[in-house]
Design a protein around this ligand. Structure first.
Ligand code: ADP
Ligand code: ADP
Ligand code: MG
Length: 595
């Protein structure tokens, strides 16, 4: 093990604490300058060569800002980058290959964006020597014999053209102004606009200003603008955010075409069915989020995703999760619901919003049941959930029983709460907050402990999502409504959230509706399904809940997509269009669960 000291800079508040890290450090007391205040930023700096690693400073820090972490010996010599003293360390790099897509998966804070920025040349890698950075000759020598040698040689000679779709596309309208069609024509170096506009269904938004697009529209425009550039290397950071299932699949296909044209492609993806569809190779990021990240060697896509679900990388003998994840190949059989079991029966309703109309067929949900909601963007899923939560009233039909207690996590989260995570959760959980089970049921599964003292306003999108889910499940209710809980969070957290929702619902004998676009999570979480059909942004129909097989078939038939199962994990994999299985399954009408 190689020991390093990490300071979480956003958590350290040296003005407010009397600096117990320095005061109690045994080496400082013995007269060494092991921890000193860095005059540049006023933060403590730990001299790692003097530190004895007893971790007293870690225990004394009231903000949990210091950590002593051990990185595996095996990767010690493969340190790629360190931002500065006592900061995050990245080990190894993904290897871009011509004609191939390399998919990156792993938790937030493990260095995926850092790795992409290094490959983009936006960050010059320093091999950990932030105080004495190597020049290109040395970097190239370091990678001698690996495929990265040629990559960095070309980068140094400015012979590599690279485009990068960043993670946070909501900043895009600040950088580019004007109509979508002008933007797309301006960057079209490969003469592909017409095809992309058709494939990515952008015809309807060409005349619109970039500033008024929805998240899903903006994402598709950003992907199109990236593909249009004529480059050697294409880097995509989370291209499926904000997209529905169909949009995810067309984006995946468009990205794959770059590889077919011989380009090098690297993409970060949390939706495992998308990752599967996109990639030729998969690299798993593991480590200690915020402290260090290690990139696994590249694996074939099937092997890589299965290792990820197993939580174990055999070649490197690394276990990063205790439980492995398996999927039910056979759906739970349809059952009839008795009156005693029923929690809610909702009647047919209709709601108009501007030019959009939603009709809801009636339905019911019972104790211990989770209903997954599937449908395209703009079809009225959020509107339905708001009707159930009595946030809006139907224009026709009876609203759901007002006496029923609902707890609702909206799709769009707001951070306007003046207080910390602890305060928010205590408000939500009441007396349960101090109960022993709260920790094991809510705090631990979502790894919220390090966030507890943080102000809500300072959380990242993914952190805010986890806190909002925790708050929703902390309230006592008969029905839990969760609108897109996997947005902004990594695959690992999605699995944790899915497991937590199921356990809560089963244990308390309550019920939940979950709107979700990540098909594996829907599969994993749902007892039954509710499918929304119609014409996005004009009219939607919320079909009655059905058993899983009927629901998946109804949803996927509309998209024309079939899935097969991985033999090892049972996870769903998209069939190639017109492949033997695709044709067979469509003929049988079995789009998802194959006997
Ligand atoms: P991911 O994309 O996997 O979520 P990132 O590469 O964005 O991870 O971040 C990895 C770690 O690097 C995080 O702990 C982040 O706080 C840290 N980090 C990112 N940029 C900087 C920087 N400029 N200086 C110091 N630390 C940074
Ligand atoms: P989904 O959750 O399935 O993406 P929503 O229920 O959010 O869909 O929206 C369905 C349609 O209703 C969209 O076209 C949206 O623009 C429209 N809509 C939603 N709220 C309003 C509103 N307050 N006024 C006018 N139109 C609205
Ligand atoms: Mg919605």
């Amino acid at each position: 093990m190689v020991r390093v000291v990490i300071l979480l800079r956003d958590r350290c508040k040296p003005k407010d604490c009397g600096k117990p890290c320095i005061k109690y450090c045994p080496r400082v007391r013995a007269g060494d300058e092991t921890i000193v205040i860095n005059p540049d930023d006023g933060l403590p700096y730990v001299a790692e060569n003097l530190c004895s690693g007893e971790g007293i400073c870690v225990k004394k820090c009231p903000f949990g800002a210091l950590r002593v972490v051990n990185t595996p010996e095996a990767v010690g010599g493969e340190l790629t980058h360190r931002y500065g003293p006592n900061t995050f360390e990245l080990y190894r790099l993904p290897i871009p290959r011509p004609g191939k897509v390399t998919g990156l998966v792993g938790p937030n804070g493990a260095g995926k964006t850092t790795a992409l920025k290094i490959l983009a040349g936006e960050i010059k890698l320093n091999l950990g020597r932030y105080d004495n950075p190597p020049d290109w000759t040395e970097i190239v020598r370091f990678y001698r014999g690996s495929e990265l040698q040629a990559y960095f040689e070309k980068m140094e000679g400015k012979k590599l053209k690279i485009v990068h779709k960043p993670q946070y596309i909501t900043k895009l309208p600040i950088a580019v102004k004007g109509e979508v069609k002008d933007l797309l024509h301006k960057v079209d170096e490969r003469n592909v606009t017409t095809r992309l506009v058709k494939d990515l269904e952008l015809t309807g938004v060409l005349e619109r200003d970039v500033g008024v697009l929805s998240g899903g529209e903006l994402q598709r425009v950003a992907v199109a603008a990236t593909i249009e550039r004529d480059a050697d290397v294409y880097l995509f950071d989370e291209p499926s955010s904000y997209l529905d299932v169909k949009e995810r699949i067309v984006v995946a296909k468009s990205i794959r075409e770059l590889a077919n044209a011989g380009k090098m492609v690297v993409t970060v993806e949390h939706d495992l069915a998308m990752l599967d569809l996109l990639s030729d190779y998969v690299c798993i990021f593991y480590g200690d989020a915020g402290a260090f990240g290690v990139i696994s060697h590249p694996y074939g896509v099937r092997e890589g995703i299965n290792a990820y679900l197993d939580g174990y990388i055999a070649d490197e003998n690394v276990r990063f999760r205790t439980e492995s994840v398996r999927f039910d190949v056979r759906p739970s059989p349809p059952t009839t619901i008795t009156v005693e079991e029923m929690i809610l029966k909702f009647e047919p309703m209709e709601k108009k919003l501007g030019g959009f109309t939603l009709s809801v067929d009636g339905g019911e949900i019972r104790k211990s049941e989770t209903i997954g909601i599937l449908g395209p963007n703009g079809i009225g899923k959020t509107t339905f959930v708001k009707l159930l939560a009595s946030i809006i009233e139907p224009d026709e039909g009876n609203p759901p029983d007002k006496k029923m207690k609902v707890s609702y996590k909206p799709q769009y989260l707001s951070a306007d709460f003046d207080g910390t995570v602890t305060e928010l959760l205590r408000d939500a959980a009441g007396k349960n907050f101090s109960a022993g089970a709260y920790d094991s049921e809510i705090i631990s599964p979502l790894e919220l402990r390090p966030l507890l003292d943080r102000p809500i306003k300072e959380l990242s999108g993914g952190e805010l999502q986890k806190v909002a889910i925790a708050a929703c499940l902390s309230r006592e209710a008969d029905i839990y409504l969760l609108d897109e809980p996997s947005a902004y969070i990594d695959a690992e957290s999605r699995l944790a959230v899915a497991r937590m929702i199921r356990r809560t619902v089963e244990k308390r004998g309550v019920a939940a509706f979950v709107v979700e676009h990540d098909i594996m999570i829907v599969d994993w979480i749902s007892d039954r399904l509710m499918v929304f059909a119609g014409e996005p942004s004009r009219k939607g129909e919320a079909l009655s809940p059905t058993d899983l097989r009927t629901g998946m078939n109804s949803f996927l038939r509309r998209l024309g997509i079939t899935y097969r199962r991985d033999i090892h994990t049972g996870r769903p994999r998209v069939n190639k269009e017109n492949s033997r299985l695709d044709v067979e399954q469509k003929a049988k009408g079995e789009y998802y669960y194959v006997a």
